[in-house]
Design a protein around this ligand. Structure first.
Ligand code: ATP
Ligand code: MG
Length: 564
């Protein structure tokens, strides 16, 4: 098997099947040694993690073979498309780390060209204007086991077809009354080849061409032409287009692109557990107000992942790890979470925040004193340096770091037990105060001044280490905790009405006490909160000195990387 070296790891990595095709084509000197791909989103929604897979492939394969990749808006459908999406798509592709340079194209800028090809096909007797309604056309089409029936309009003369097509273009007919169809083979075992529709009438304004056109090309006609016009060599798309490939090749050939024609290659779409992944379904979540826009941190959109705190590196790493194949499968969402943990764990500071606080009072600590202790910003990465954190006789700790009646293996605070306060001192629990209903309000302890920095000079050990935040300097901030947007175990869809089973617990808004350093966080700054997970300051809702934190992911997962 062919191998290439990955720059970062210098590990040898095997080529995926698309890379092998491209390498072979280069070896055989096809396309004059050129590699040119394209990423062709339809601007009818925001990009999601599935698109990231396609982007990494389209741009990645071109770059790995000295080629280039076009960004092309596949905007031949006048309805549903919008400039808002055109802008967000560009932002997302750039953010992921890819550059189309000056190769930004709009399929709608080729409307005249598609039209000319259509006229050429009519003149050559390879296309005709058909008056069948959509319903009649369905009946004529036949099935997988039975051939279709030829349209009664199939044998119109070239002159009549030209005249009717002109009148379609001139706006003389209502939507749905006529189509232009290719004349191929109604008995083809491939239904896509049974005189497919090339043009339809739609009296709708288009986001770039306005009302200039009222006939619009079908995807199967426009896409191969777009590729051919731009000189694309390898047109990478998802598996559902496999059966359309003969038609793709037919259009390219009949349009006259016979030298170095583009080649369509299909791969499996990315599906993931515990989420939905189609622009249509994601748009429904936005329009139904179930989420805070396309970039809600629960959304699997690129912008949602960015707002949640995912990095471009983590998403590219994910796309690399999931690989490329022709078999559809569903990737565990935990894999994506694994990738962001891996990316952030050494890069970002590990600071202290308490999400569910109770007070810890150190009864033998000098009253009113605040000292500043030096602490590493990330104990696994010295390069991140150190910071000073305030410490005093009144701290916040996590509620579950104390138990009045501890179970056997509990190693944290209970009366009589000694633990380490991270980066600070050993403390021994001496008592607690509770409300009438048993809710614990304050835990009391004493500290050993000899253990500053977290080690005892006499070498005695403690089993537990807990984090804390000094009370008088603590900042109180809003924290948002997330769960999957749909819960796979309960079923993605409601059995009764087919609606999406949105997880009612997908968002929990709470507050946390944080050490002063965290109050400096600006939008997109991310941190590890010791023992609580990775968090990122929300880009929309954070204010100077008052960040709002989104939990990107918790620290632990049962997820294990599949064995390579
Ligand atoms: P959606 O159903 O989400 O709208 P789409 O395929 O209609 O998806 P396009 O804007 O047409 O979306 O897609 C642009 C490119 O991204 C296409 O090449 C498409 O094959 C690819 N793509 C879309 N979804 C996925 C996915 N889940 N996995 C891999 N590639 C995808
Ligand atoms: Mg689409």
């Amino acid at each position: 098997m062919a191998e290439i070296k990955s720059e970062e790891t210098s590990e040898k990595k095997s080529l995926n099947f698309i890379e092998q095709i491209v390498e072979n084509d280069l070896k055989e000197g096809k396309n004059g040694g050129k590699v040119q791909t394209r990423f062709p989103p339809e601007p009818n929604g925001y990009l999601h993690i599935g698109h990231a897979k396609a982007i990494c492939l389209d741009f990645g394969i071109a770059a790995a073979h000295g080629g280039v990749c076009n960004l092309r808006f596949d905007d031949t459908n006048p309805t549903k498309e919008d400039v808002e999406y055109v802008e967000s798509i560009q932002e997302d592709v750039k953010w992921l780390g890819f550059d189309w340079e000056d190769r930004l194209y709009y399929a709608s800028s080729y409307f005249q060209k598609y039209y000319e090809v259509a006229v050429k096909l009519i003149k050559e007797g390879k296309a005709f204007v058909c008056d069948l309604t959509a319903e009649e056309m369905r009946q004529y089409r036949g099935t997988l086991s039975t051939p279709g029936k030829e349209s009664p309009y199939r044998n119109r003369s070239v002159e009549e077809n030209l005249e009717l097509f002109e009148r379609m273009k001139a706006g003389e007919f209502p939507d749905g009354s006529h189509t232009l169809r290719a004349k191929i083979d109604m008995a083809s075992p491939n239904i896509n080849m049974r005189d497919p529709v090339l043009y339809r009438i739609s009296h709708a304004a288009h986001h770039t061409t306005g009302t200039e056109w009222c006939i619009y090309p079908m995807y199967d006609f426009a896409h191969p032409l777009e590729d051919a016009i731009e000189g694309i060599t390898h047109s990478i798309c998802t598996m559902e287009f496999e059966d359309h490939r003969p038609l793709y090749d037919w259009v390219v050939r009949e349009a006259g692109y016979t030298v170095n024609p583009p080649r369509q290659i299909e791969f499996a779409r990315l599906g993931m557990t515990n989420t939905v992944m189609s622009k249509r379904k994601l748009r429904a979540l936005v329009e139904d107000g179930l989420v805070d826009g396309w970039d809600d941190p629960r959304m699997p959109t690129i912008s949602g992942l960015r707002r949640r705190g995912y990095t471009p590196e983590s998403i590219r790493d994910f796309c690399e790890r999931i690989g490329v194949s022709k078999a559809n499968s569903s990737v565990d969402y935990a894999m994506l979470e694994y990738c962001i943990r891996e990316d952030l764990k050494l890069k970002r500071p590990r600071l202290m925040a308490v999400l569910d606080p109770i007070k810890l009072v150190i009864d033998n600590y000098p009253e009113g004193q605040v000292e500043y202790l030096e602490a590493p910003n990330n104990m696994e990465n010295e390069e991140l340096g150190t910071r000073k954190i305030p410490f005093s006789g009144e701290l916040y700790i996590e509620r579950d770091d104390f138990m009045a009646e501890p179970p056997k293996k509990y190693k944290r605070l209970y009366i009589g037990n000694e633990v380490r306060l991270m980066n600070a001192y050993f403390v021994t629990c001496t008592g607690y105060e509770a409300d009438d209903d048993g809710t614990i309000r304050v835990v009391h302890c004493t500290y050993d001044p000899e253990t500053k920095g977290g080690n005892a000079p006499d070498g005695r050990k403690v089993k537990g280490t807990i984090h804390w935040v000094e009370a008088s300097n603590a900042g109180k901030v809003e924290v948002r905790l997330y769960e999957n947007i749909v819960d796979e175990e309960k079923g993605v869809y409601n059995k009764e009405d087919g609606s999406l089973n949105v997880n009612p617990n997908s968002l929990t808004v709470t507050s946390a006490y944080v050490e002063p350093e965290l109050l400096k966080a600006k939008g997109y700054d991310s941190y590890q909160f010791v023992r609580n997970g990775f968090f990122c300051a929300d880009i929309h809702d954070s204010r100077e000195g008052a960040p709002v934190f989104n939990r990107i992911v918790s620290l632990k997962s049962s997820f294990k990387l599949p064995k390579a």
